[in-house]
Write a protein that binds this ligand. Structure first.
Ligand code: F6R
Ligand code: MG
Ligand code: MG
Length: 379
């Protein structure tokens, strides 16, 4: 029998500014989910990463289930009420639709869900992020599932030597392509190295098409018609027994990479791996953060979590991320700290361009003008 692991997230208010979803909001969500135990849910765990609330739920209703999505929506709605009462910052910011209409996709919250037959022992890792977007997983997923210098199991574990298949989303074309590694790794990299356009959505083990990983990749900017916020992503990765080991999965975050997000969703910044207690981004509203919660499933029960990035072995990664933050911050509003236009969450540039448009002079004309001026000087 299959079980479903659903992670649904939303930002419904921060204390203070965009830094943290306070306990009051988590408690409210827990209360709503607790009431659904047995009826809809097998188990749940509620956490936060910065100003984002993450509902981790197990059930038997499959992915994209209306009741499960409706339950998450209800939890976020009630948390929004509390957020409004406390006048938290950005109360209800991710609940874009007026009412729930069957699926949270396209309505503001992000979600990553997978359905599978629970293995005799089923280790899963739930990643929760803040101040970044779903493309933050492009490089880690490649390393974990396609780079043999990274994941030893790709070379030494017979279940993995057949490689993995990547579902890649074209974020602006509403299209998807599946590429198989190792055969098509170069083509895969050609696409997913472009974070302006492509996001890795899912990864399957090639030998049996068993689902291995999924990231939330609904882009808020596209869904709401206008950019209303970076979609701080969540992801699920299954580990061990023919999948990458827990440590091979986590290793992808030991050398921090630069991701889009941070202040105003307009900057590149290092993705810093942190434990649950350190997921309160404050410096320049960041730097971007990622948490890794390890669970063992037991008939759908969420045993855990083990707060995996809290381990001291990630201290150097954190220090490195902080050093990278110092380095790139020194660029201020200049690229490559600043994101390209198409990726900026806030942009005053169109208005600036509008105001300046009549003051641009054709460079050929400028040359002529300068020549006349020179002659004028000689006369
Ligand atoms: C980035 C983020 C924050 C805000 C910034 C400005 O994803 O949430 O960095 O963009 O604090 O917020 P507002 O415009 O609400 O004042
Ligand atoms: Mg916020
Ligand atoms: Mg956030």
């Amino acid at each position: 029998e299959k079980i479903t692991l659903s992670v649904i997230k939303a930002d419904v208010g921060g204390l203070c500014g965009h830094t943290l979803a306070p306990d009051e909001l988590l408690d409210t969500c827990e209360y709503v989910l607790e009431e659904a135990i047995d009826e809809l849910l097998i188990d749940y765990y509620v956490t936060r990463c910065g100003d984002d609330i993450d509902l981790i739920m197990t059930h038997k209703l499959g992915t994209d289930n209306e009741n499960i999505h409706g339950l998450a929506w209800k939890a976020f709605e009630e948390a929004t009420e509390v957020a409004k009462e406390l006048k938290l910052y950005g109360a209800g910011q991710d609940l874009l639709a007026e009412g729930f209409t069957g699926n949270v996709k396209g309505m503001g919250p992000g979600c990553a869900e997978m359905e599978f037959v629970e293995r005799p022992s089923e280790p899963v890792i739930v990643f929760c992020c803040d101040k970044t977007d779903p493309t933050a997983f492009n490089m880690p997923f490649y390393k974990i599932f396609a780079d043999p210098f990274h994941t030893a199991g790709l070379v030494y574990d017979n279940s993995m030597t057949g490689g993995f298949k990547f579902d890649v989303l074209d974020m602006y074309g509403n299209k998807q392509i599946t590429l198989k590694t190792p055969e098509e790794s170069y083509s895969l990299l050609a696409l997913i190295g472009n974070l302006e356009k492509y996001a890795v959505k899912r990864v399957f083990r090639a030998k049996d098409n068993e689902i291995a990983a999924i990231a939330s990749s609904e882009k808020l900017n596209l869904m709401a018609g206008k950019y209303v916020g970076k979609d701080d992503p969540v992801a699920i990765v299954r580990a061990q027994s023919g999948m990458p080991a827990v440590g091979e999965v986590l290793e992808a975050f030991a050398t921090p990479h630069l991701v889009p997000g941070w202040m105003r969703g307009c900057h590149w910044g290092p993705l810093m791996p942190v434990g649950e207690d350190d997921a309160r981004p404050s410096r320049f509203d960041g730097p971007p953060r990622i948490m890794a919660l390890g669970f063992q499933l037991s008939e759908g029960r969420l045993v855990g979590p083990n707060d995996l990035f809290a381990d001291i072995s990630f201290n150097n990664a954190r220090q490195k991320a902080l050093d990278m933050a110092d380095m790139i911050r020194s660029m201020g509003p200049f690229q490559p700290h600043r994101l390209p236009e198409s990726m900026m969450e806030y942009s005053s540039i169109p208005q600036i361009m509008e105001a300046l448009k009549d003051r641009f002079v054709d460079t050929e004309k400028v040359k002529k003008l300068e020549k006349t001026r020179e002659r004028g000087d000689m006369e």
